[in-house]
Design a protein around this ligand. Structure first.
Ligand SMILES: Cc1cc2nc3c(=O)[nH]c(=O)nc-3n(C[C@H](O)[C@H](O)[C@H](O)COP(=O)(O)OP(=O)(O)OC[C@H]3O[C@@H](n4cnc5c(N)ncnc54)[C@H](O)[C@@H]3O)c2cc1C
Length: 412
């Protein structure tokens, strides 16, 4: 061991996503014998898919603001985030040959706008550090003190000195995070909050003509308001309802309101550059005999999907007085029926409750078993927050495990 501080321990890391691989990096550097087990034929499939949209790896905003994005989980996550900040994420990627840049929104991306070169370099470095990666090993639960796996060669029992579970949340199960671990941990009295979709789209009761004509079209340069606040951006009309980054920013607020009140709406400002009074004047100036489409286009600058959305939500808008019409343009409520299924969500809320985990990320009910990443109960909007927290909790759990092993060896 480096510094001769303790004997080399056998570490099992189950789950080869960003949080598990990050823990493997730290623990192998500390001289432990690390094996990563993953059920899929290759590791980090969700990380690779995140790369398809550019891999938003972290965010450049003020750190306090960054840390606050995790809402109720900001406090328990803070120590881990302090120890691996967005600046550290960028330096880490750089060190693996992946230079990053800050996009116009403040989001940080690799210059290559994909995940594969970073992942390749990372796995190469992990293997050079002695990390063993065993794929097609599906963790089934505990076999007494051992870990039980289903493998192509049948069921296998593995003993470890300490174990990290980094099995992910419950979104996009086709990439490996199927939340099959729930039963194993619930059976050990680990307190787990139900999984809910996060960063997800919502169903809306579109009329058939609107759906057929506008599904796939984006509404750009609008603002959207919910209990989460008012944000600028864009979203997309889907066959089922609405989706896209601006909707995801409001997803937690809409989902929670639906759960508590049974109804929720996202309020859209279709003309954020103009006040309601100014719009009313501009609309009042239009020729009363002109078609409604022309009045909207000339008076409010609305056409295409924006104009159609207004008519879809407010079929009587053509008869409204200029001020009432202006008010609608500035605050058009889209009633959402339900979140899209968790299988389509970018991430999930819920998972292992913070009360079940100690400050070193060890499960209180299972000494020697640590957890990291999206399987813990936290959520955040898109913007690089998810990956940063996965990296940070992977590192924090690895350091917690190393300290626990030292203490155990010292008879503590
Ligand atoms: C389409 C999409 C785009 C995204 N884009 C971004 C982005 O740009 N920026 C961002 O910050 N975040 C993004 N995310 C979210 C981010 O990818 C996840 O939050 C992150 O991958 C979670 O990391 P994790 O290590 O906790 O779990 P995961 O990445 O889910 O990894 C868990 C691993 O555990 C394995 N596993 C599960 N069960 C078992 C078992 N029983 N036995 C053995 N292995 C098992 C899985 O196969 C998987 O490899 C995106 C997500 C999606 C779906």
């Amino acid at each position: 061991m480096p510094g001769g501080r303790m004997k080399r321990s056998e570490i099992a890391i189950i789950g080869g996503g960003p949080s598990g691989l990050m823990a493997a990096e730290i623990l192998s550097l500390q001289g432990h014998s690390v094996t990563v087990y993953d059920s899929m034929p290759t590791v980090a499939r969700k990380f690779l898919l995140a790369g398809k949209s550019g891999l938003n790896i972290t965010h450049s905003e003020d750190f306090q603001r960054f840390a606050d994005r995790f809402g109720a989980a900001s406090k328990p996550l803070r120590t881990a985030l302090d120890a691996f900040t967005p600046t550290d994420v960028r330096a880490w990627a750089d060190n693996l040959g992946t230079e990053t840049f800050v996009g116009s929104s403040g989001r940080v991306f690799p210059k290559a706008m994909k995940a594969s070169p970073l992942l390749r370099a990372w796995i190469k470095r992990l293997e050079a550090q002695g990390v063993r990666i065993l794929t097609r090993h599906r963790w089934l639960g505990f076999d007494g003190q051992a870990l039980a796996f289903e493998t192509p060669d049948g069921r296998k029992s593995v003993h470890s000195d300490a174990t990290l579970l980094a099995l992910g949340g419950a979104s996009y199960p086709r990439l490996g995070s199927v939340a099959g671990w729930l039963a194993a941990l619930k059976g050990k009295d680990v307190d787990i909050a139900d999984f809910r979709p996060a960063n997800c789209g919502f169903d809306v009761a579109w009329s058939d003509p609107f759906r057929e004509r506008f599904a796939g079209e984006a509404l750009k340069s609008v603002t959207a308001k919910s209990a989460a606040g008012t944000f600028p951006g864009e979203f997309v009309i889907s066959r089922h309802g609405i989706e896209g980054s601006l909707v995801y920013a409001h997803a937690a607020a809409l989902r929670d309101r639906l759960a508590t009140q049974g109804a929720a709406a996202l309020t859209i400002d279709l003309a954020p550059g103009r006040s309601s009074e100014r719009l009313a004047k501009d609309l009042a100036r239009q020729d009363g005999k002109a078609s409604f489409s022309n009045r909207l286009r000339k008076g409010a600058g609305l056409e295409g999907v924006k104009s159609a959305l207004l008519r879809e939500i407010a079929p009587d808008a053509a008869r409204a007085e200029p001020q009432a019409l202006a008010d609608l343009v500035k605050a058009l409520p889209i009633s959402v029926l339900r979140p899209r299924p968790i299988t389509e969500a970018i991430s999930s809320a819920g998972g292992i409750r913070w009360s079940a985990v100690d400050e070193s990320y060890m499960l209180k009910a299972l000494p020697g078993v640590f957890v990291a990443g999206e399987m813990i109960d936290w959520e955040a909007p898109t913007g690089g927050y998810l990956l940063t927290a996965c990296f940070a909790t992977g590192r924090a759990a690895a350091r917690g495990m190393d300290a626990w092993l030292q203490q155990s060896q010292n008879g503590g």
